[in-house]
Every structure is written in C-alpha cells, then in structure tokens.
Design a protein around this ligand. Structure first.
Ligand code: R5P
Length: 281
C-alpha cells in the first residue's frame, strides 16, 4: 500500500503514511501555460490511499487527476475535509445539491471513501461506493485537556453541534451546553444562551467548521460580556475565510485551534491517527 496526496493535504498525507508504515508517492502538480493542472506521480502500488481535502475548484481537479493517475491501483479515497457538504439540499428552487454533485464526481475509480466529521452524515449516501467518516471528538478532547483549564465548559454554538460537543466533553468529564443560533446571512448570526449561563469560568466553543468566524466570534462576544473568564475555540475544519482569524481574536478568543484536515498555522492537532486506524480495518 502507498499513500498519494494532493498539494494542500501533503502534511496530513505524510502523517497517515507514517502511521500506516506506507511509502508516500511523489506527486508533482504543475500548470500548463493556459492554467490547466498537470500531474505526474511516482511509481504506484496495487493499493493506493489517495488523500485530498476538497477545498477549492483546484483541489477538486487535483483529486480527479490523482484518482485517474492511480487507475491501475485499487484506490481508497480519503477526503479529510469534504467541502460543499453544507449545500446538502435544494434550499431554493433551481439550486444544485452540491454535496451530491461532488460525491458523484469523486465516486469513479475509487473503491471506498473515508472522510472526517462531515457536516451532515447523510451526504455520504451520495457516493456510489461505501463511504464513512471518523470523528475527531476524542482528539479535540485531548487537545482541550492539554490546555489545562479548570473545569472548562464545552459549549456548542448551535443544536447541530451538540452531539460533537457532548462527545468532546465526555473525554474529560466536563460540563456541556449549547447556544441557540439563528443565521441572518452568510456572515451574520445571532446567538442566544439557552437556559444555562451566565458562565463565569473558562468556556471552550467547539464546532465542526470555522468559516468566516461569525458564529464563534458572536458567541465569544456574548460570553465575554456575561463575564466568562476565558473563551477558546476548537474546530475540526479550520477554513478561516477572509478575515476570520482577526475577527475571532478581536472577539476575545484565546486559543484558536483546528485539525490538519485543512492545513494552516492554526492546525494544532491531527486527524492522522483515526484515519490510519480506519484504513487498517
Ligand atoms: C454550521 O452549521 C457549521 O456547523 C458552522 O457553525 C458554520 O459553518 C460556521 O460558519 P462561520 O464560521 O462562517 O460562522
């Protein structure tokens, strides 16, 4: 078995290869003069684990090219961050189910798909092959434990994040609660406390995705105004779109951490362990 990864999933791909004791395939992506992406890989094996997060149109093309280059192998496809999963239904007439479009495109030439904390698990059913996910709740729990906070409250910013927050909290036996979120636009949300609060200790906000940072920044401002001692934010997929990091910091958030499903300066813990374990099964 060998591991091959796309440009933006190189660090995680390397960690998965190390965990599996597998060789990392050389993948050279470059551009033709007209902007099209060119790929040449090193020698492959009978089975290739292809690792690539779906972050942009380019990363989709890289994945499609890499899967095709592996056509003589059995391909186990790992999509650490499954982008487009939030458009999981036709919200307004005329819209695509983008998650379904991506799943269809990425089902050809692969025998199995594995992802991480997919925004809605149901989108995995759009793949034409067996597709499953791993949860990084234990890794987030271990990361929070390493912050050495005194009895932190694990807080989900909305109901959708409750199962994840509950699993994180159970790792350290911490208290868990959630806020009520109303999305006003792509960047603006309103968050209100439920019956819990005000919280005066350390609060760790946990979510699957940080995109614009609007959700957690709004929550953090409210928590700080209510007297929280410290507010921290840990997510699985750190997209940090536009000025998200500035927004989060200016809202008074201390630690801002994400996994390496999207590699960046805030990648503070890894998805490699659970992914390698799932691949070995
Ligand atoms: C939405 O339901 C997700 O779980 C996240 O809460 C959301 O994607 C975060 O987006 P943003 O950082 O733009 O508020």
């Amino acid at each position: 078995m060998k591991v091959a990864c796309t440009g933006r999933s190189w660090a995680l791909g390397t960690r998965i290869a190390e965990r599996l004791g597998a060789v990392l395939v050389e993948t050279n992506f470059s551009r033709f003069p007209d902007g099209e992406i060119y790929l040449r890989t090193g020698p492959l094996d009978e089975t290739t684990v292809v690792v690539g997060s779906l972050l942009s149109s380019d990363s989709l093309v890289e994945l499609l090219l890499l899967i095709d280059a592996c056509h003589r192998s059995e391909v186990l496809l790992v999509i650490p961050y499954l982008g487009y999963a939030r458009q999981d239904r036709e919200f307004k007439p005329g819209e695509p189910v983008s998650a379904r479009a991506m799943a269809k495109a990425l089902s050809h030439g692969v025998s199995r798909v594995l992802s991480v904390n997919v925004h809605k698990e149901s989108v995995l059913s759009h793949f034409a092959v067996a597709a499953s996910q791993v949860s990084l709740a234990p890794e987030v729990g271990d990361f929070v434990a390493g912050l050495n906070l005194e009895n932190p409250l694990i807080l989900a910013p909305d109901k959708g994040a409750v199962p994840f927050a509950t699993a994180v909290a159970s790792r350290g036996g911490w208290e868990c609660d959630h806020l009520e979120k109303t999305r006003l636009s792509g960047e603006e949300v309103r968050v209100e406390p439920r019956k819990g609060g005000p919280w005066t200790g350390d609060v760790v906000l946990v979510d699957d995705i940080i995109s614009t940072g609007g959700t957690l920044a709004t929550a953090a401002r409210m928590l700080r105004a209510q007297g929280a001692k410290g507010v921290h934010a840990v997510c699985v997929h750190g997209l940090f779109a536009n000025t998200a990091l500035t927004l989060l910091r200016s809202a008074g958030i201390g630690q801002i951490a994400a996994s390496d499903t999207i590699e960046g300066p805030n990648s503070r813990y890894s998805a490699a362990g659970p992914l390698a374990q799932a691949l070995s099964r």
